[in-house]
Design a protein around this ligand. Structure first.
Ligand SMILES: Nc1ncnc2c1ncn2[C@@H]1O[C@H](COP(=O)(O)OP(=O)(O)OP(=O)(O)O)[C@@H](O)[C@H]1O
Length: 265
C-alpha cells in the first residue's frame, strides 16, 4: 500500500462501523511535527499492529489516542463519540485501555491487589490501595477471572514486584482486562521479555483478541510475533502513516522496506 494511507481511510477486512476513527491526527511540539496528519479506521474486533523505525511516532500516536498528548490537529472518534479533547480517564471510562512501554504495576502490592484496584475502578469504586474491599466481592471475582485469563491464577498472593518481567507484563494485561475495555492499546508488551516468555505472552494476547473479541492496537518491533496476530499492520515513518495493510503486503511494500533501510522488519 502507498502513502495514500495518510489522506484516506484504508479499507479493512472486518465488518461493522469503525470502533475507532482517526482523521488527520497531528501533534506538533516545539516546532517539530511528531505525528503528522494520520488517518485510519479500526473495525470492532480487529487487531492492528503498529510498527516503524525508532522515533517514527508510534508511542506518540498511542499517547494521542489515549489523551496523554494533546492533538494539535485532527480528530479521534471512539464508538461514534468524538473524544479528541477528552481526558485520559474519560477515554478509559468510554472503553479505551492501554498498557505502557515501561512496567506500571504497584510493586509493593500483591498481584491480586493490583488487579482488584483496577476492578474496583471499573465498578465505580476507589482506586486507593488502603480502601481495598473484602474477598468474595465483585471486584475480587473480576480480579480472579482476569488473573486466570493471563495464566497468573496461582500467583495472586505474590508481591507484584517479585514477578519476572514476562509475568509483570501478563499482570499488566490482567489489570487492563479487569477494566473491560473495548479497545486495547498495547505499547510494546514484549519489551524486555525473555525469549522463553514471548510465546506465552503472545498466546495470552491472541486469546484476549480472539476469544473476548477485543479490538487491539499493538506497537511491536518483532514482525514474527505480529504475523500470526495482526489483521493489518500500520507502518509509521517520520510521524506519518506510511502504509496500512495485511502483514504480507506490508512486508513486501518497497516503501516500507526503504523506511527501514535494510533493517529487519
Ligand atoms: N513530549 C515530547 N516532546 C518532544 N518530542 C517528543 C515528545 N515525545 C516524543 N517526541 C519525539 O517524537 C518522535 C517520535 O517519538 P516516539 O516515542 O513516538 O517514537 P516511537 O516510534 O515510539 O519510537 P521507539 O520505537 O523508539 O519507541 C521522536 O523524535 C521523539 O523524540
Amino acid at each position: 500500500m502507498s502513502t495514500s494511507a495518510t489522506t484516506a481511510p484504508a479499507t479493512h477486512p472486518a465488518e461493522g462501523a469503525p470502533v475507532l476513527q482517526v482523521r488527520g491526527l497531528s501533534c506538533a511540539i516545539g516546532g517539530a511535527v511528531i505525528v503528522d496528519d494520520v488517518t485510519f479506521d479500526v473495525a470492532p474486533g480487529e487487531f492492528v499492529a503498529v510498527i516503524g523505525p525508532n522515533g517514527a511516532g508510534k508511542t506518540s500516536l498511542f499517547n494521542l489516542l489515549s489523551g496523554l498528548l494533546p492533538a494539535t490537529g485532527g480528530s479521534v472518534t471512539l464508538s461514534g463519540a468524538d473524544i479528541t479533547g477528552a481526558s485520559p480517564s474519560a477515554r478509559a471510562r468510554r472503553g479505551l485501555g492501554r498498557t505502557f512501554q515501561a512496567s506500571s504495576v504497584f510493586a509493593g502490592l500483591s498481584v491480586r491487589e493490583n488487579v482488584r484496584l483496577a476492578a474496583q475502578a471499573r465498578l465505580g469504586g476507589s482506586m486507593r490501595p488502603w480502601q481495598l474491599v473484602r474477598p468474595g466481592d465483585a471486584a475480587q471475582e473480576i480480579a480472579s477471572r482476569s488473573l486466570a485469563r493471563v495464566g497468573l491464577a496461582g500467583r495472586g498472593d505474590d508481591l507484584a514486584g517479585a514477578l519476572s518481567h514476562g509475568d509483570k507484563r501478563k499482570l499488566e494485561l490482567a489489570i487492563l482486562l479487569a477494566t473491560d475495555p473495548a479497545v486495547v492499546l498495547l505499547d510494546e508488551p514484549m519489551a524486555g521479555v525473555s525469549i522463553e516468555d514471548v510465546a506465552g505472552l503472545t498466546e495470552v494476547i491472541a486469546s484476549v483478541h480472539r476469544e473476548e473479541g477485543k479490538t487491539v492496537l499493538m506497537v511491536e518491533h518483532h514482525m514474527d510475533v505480529l504475523l500470526g496476530l495482526a489483521d493489518r499492520v500500520a507502518v509509521m515513518h517520520h510521524g506519518k502513516l506510511l502504509a496500512l495493510d495485511t502483514p504480507e503486503r506490508v512486508t513486501g511494500d518497497p516503501a516500507v522496506q526503504q523506511a527501514y533501510l535494510g533493517e529487519a522488519l
